[in-house]
Write a protein that binds this ligand. Structure first.
Ligand code: TXA
Ligand code: MG
Length: 318
């Protein structure tokens, strides 16, 4: 339901998010669909509600630079950009800290995390109430334009969800996404902060895709998808010697060198929540390959299969 951003509603939104539910709320850029960024299951709900056919890495919202610095490694350039534009419409992609507590699903299994400190007073109040980092993509169904009014969110996602209404989003355009992991920053998505404003702080910026032969592609950090090193074999009904098994549901496959089950009960939300952490856990040189059982192609199964198909092909990883 759509509810005005009163203190009571903000407190409730914070409590819901902290407890693992997804809530739509305004930011200065667009309305976001937020959930506890430290919980794989909460983040899986976001993908479920958005009906995303693929797991894209999400932007993690926090209240301050100090909180951001607990999640990612900010080099000099990342720090300068945060200092200039936060709070505001800039998301900065930095390497995950070793002790980063953000869900691997929120980062699509990557070693990087996109972080933003929003300026909108209601977004900030909800962050304070939730007391956890909030992963929030735009609050629209996959393939639709981003919502800038509470009503847009309801039109796209229905109103079973709590939608905190605080009028139109002042920027009305998603945040600019810039990647910083040493060297020149790379703009991955244009948005609310202009290239010129970024260049004023960072010097000449690169734009992803415009320098295909340069160093831009090489750091690997621009990859938007986690790529296991081990071969991944799909639709497995048995395992070869040395293969690890990524199972789904009940089964009678014997002989795996190691087995993890995405969801013994066959629950796709649970499977999505476990996907990246389990792929990583099985991605070890002592296994000759990761054999993955078939996953039903419906609901979140589509996004899981999209990721698994990418993982089963050699790069490049778009
Ligand atoms: O304005 C915004 O940024 C809104 C509001 C709600 O904050 N959020 C938003 O999130 O637009 P979303 O999920 O729709 O877009 C996230 C963008 C995608 O282009 C994604 O590929 C990129 O950020 N991204 C996130 N994490 C990344 C990472 N680790 N590496 C590269 N790109 C990343
Ligand atoms: Mg979006």
């Amino acid at each position: 339901m759509i509810e005005p951003a009163s203190p009571e509603v903000i407190t409730r939104a914070g409590r819901l998010i902290r407890g693992g539910a997804a809530v739509a709320f305004p930011t200065e850029t667009v309305y976001g669909l937020g959930a506890n960024a430290c919980s794989d299951t909460a983040v899986a709900h976001i993908f479920e509600i958005k009906r995303r056919p693929a797991f894209n890495p999400l932007i993690v919202h926090v209240g301050s630079f100090e909180e951001a610095a607990m999640l990612g490694d900010f080099d000099r350039m990342a720090y300068a950009l945060a200092d200039a534009f936060w709070p505001g419409a800039l998301s900065i992609v930095v390497p995950r800290r070793r002790d980063c507590e953000i869900s691997l699903l929120a980062c699509a299994g990557l070693d990087t995390v996109a972080i933003r400190v929003p300026a909108h007073k209601t977004a900030r109040a909800i962050l304070a109430a939730a007391q956890c980092p909030i992963a929030a993509p735009s609050a629209n169904a996959s393939g639709e334009v981003s919502p800038t009014l509470a009503r847009h969110v309801a039109d796209s996602l229905g109103d079973a969800l709590l939608i905190v209404d605080d009028g139109p989003c002042p920027v009305g355009l998603e945040s600019t996404v810039v990647a910083c992991s040493g060297g020149q920053p790379v703009i991955l998505r244009p948005g609310g902060i202009t290239f010129e404003a970024i260049a004023d702080i960072a010097g000449p910026v690169k734009v992803a895709g415009e320098h295909d032969d340069g160093p831009v592609q090489s750091p690997g950090m621009l990859r938007q998808h986690y790529a296991p090193r081990s071969p991944v074999r799909l639709e497995a009904r048995s395992v070869a010697p040395g293969e690890a098994l990524l199972a789904f549901g009940r089964h009678e496959i014997d002989g795996a060198s190691e087995e993890l089950n995405l969801s013994a009960g066959g629950d796709l939300t649970e499977a999505a929540a476990n996907l990246f952490a389990m792929l990583r856990a099985l991605d070890r040189p002592e296994h000759s390959a990761i054999a993955v059982m078939a996953i039903p192609e419906d609901g979140l199964g589509r996004a899981i299969n999209d990721r698994l198909r990418r993982a089963s092909r050699p790069g490049p990883w778009d």
